[in-house]
Write a protein that binds this ligand. Structure first.
Ligand SMILES: Nc1ncnc2c1ncn2[C@@H]1O[C@H](COP(=O)(O)OP(=O)(O)OP(=O)(O)O)[C@@H](O)[C@H]1O
Ligand SMILES: O=c1ccn([C@@H]2O[C@H](COP(=O)(O)O)[C@@H](O)[C@H]2O)c(=O)[nH]1
Length: 241
């Protein structure tokens, strides 16, 4: 565990969609949502500007859905992007209830539901200390919310992407299927790509490398995970140039 304080001014947090799911398998747990919102609210109140991207893994993953053979990938991916809008609206609601002003902006235009993503207004909201919840991924099929997270982080001049996921860092192999896998404290983007470490897709790591953007991977299940990981008080892996 790293004890060094990491004073990031603006961070994009990529939250696992799977983390929203209730223990009984229902797609959304109000209790988990409230805990995540309290953690994000405390981080924002401590002075870190936050943009959030949420996955859709608690509802749909397009590539997996396509394997069943009855639906094409672009349609399944459109459903996946819509799933991230549902998760984003849920988080926006929970953040507002936790006392933090949050706005959902979607890459897929749906003006009767939420604002359409545009860079300048998003920067303005971040400057004002509002939490910006970025829904709809990149707005394009064949991508993931990890790529969307890195893309928006680069556009919005974030200093780091925090991927808060099911595992507490990047391992030498998937720790869920390889109990002997070893967690790295630090890696370069090149090492993550060359070793084919699948905690994020290669497109996301490649864009982070090109943008010289630090990616931090930690567990969304740690207590007050976002704040703890950003402050170096919970295990994580830092992927940096
Ligand atoms: N080398 C590795 N190190 C760490 N995790 C790995 C590695 N290879 C594969 N993984 C897996 O990657 C998963 C995280 O990526 P995944 O895209 O599934 O989650 P997510 O983006 O957090 O979820 P969601 O799609 O719900 O938003 C981990 O749960 C882990 O099992
Ligand atoms: O830019 C994007 C982002 C996401 N999708 C689709 O949504 C699901 C859910 O996102 P995850 O990153 O897997 O949690 C994804 O599987 C894609 O089907 C997309 O098409 N484009």
């Amino acid at each position: 565990m790293c004890s060094v304080t990491r004073p990031y001014r603006r961070v994009l947090v990529k939250l696992s969609g799977e983390a929203f799911a209730a223990p009984d398998g229902y797609w959304l747990s109000a209790q988990i949502l409230a805990e995540l919102a309290a953690d994000i609210a405390a981080t924002a109140e401590a002075g870190t500007q936050l943009a959030i991207v949420i996955g859709g893994g608690n509802i749909i993953r397009g590539a997996r859905m396509t394997q069943a053979g009855w639906i094409d990938r672009p349609t399944a991916d459109s459903m996946g992007m819509l799933a991230t809008v549902m998760n984003s609206l849920a988080l926006e609601t929970a953040l507002n209830a936790a006392g933090v002003s949050a706005r959902t902006m979607s890459a897929v235009s749906m003006p009767s539901i939420c604002e359409t993503y545009a860079r300048q207004p998003a920067l303005h909201y971040l400057d004002r200390g509002q939490v910006v919840v970025l829904a709809g991924g990149t707005g394009n099929p064949f991508f993931t919310t990890d790529t969307a997270a890195v893309l928006r982080a680069a556009e919005l001049r974030c200093q780091a992407v925090l991927k808060a996921t099911q595992v507490d860092g990047v391992y030498s192999a998937d720790p869920k299927s390889n109990p002997g896998a070893v967690r790295y404290d630090r890696l370069t983007h090149d090492e993550a790509i060359q070793r084919d470490l699948k905690v994020m897709d290669t497109a996301a790591f490649a864009l982070a490398r090109e943008s010289r953007l630090t990616v931090i991977v930690g567990s969304v299940h740690a207590p007050s995970s976002v704040r703890a990981i950003l402050q170096g008080g919970a295990p994580s892996t830092v992927v940096a140039p």
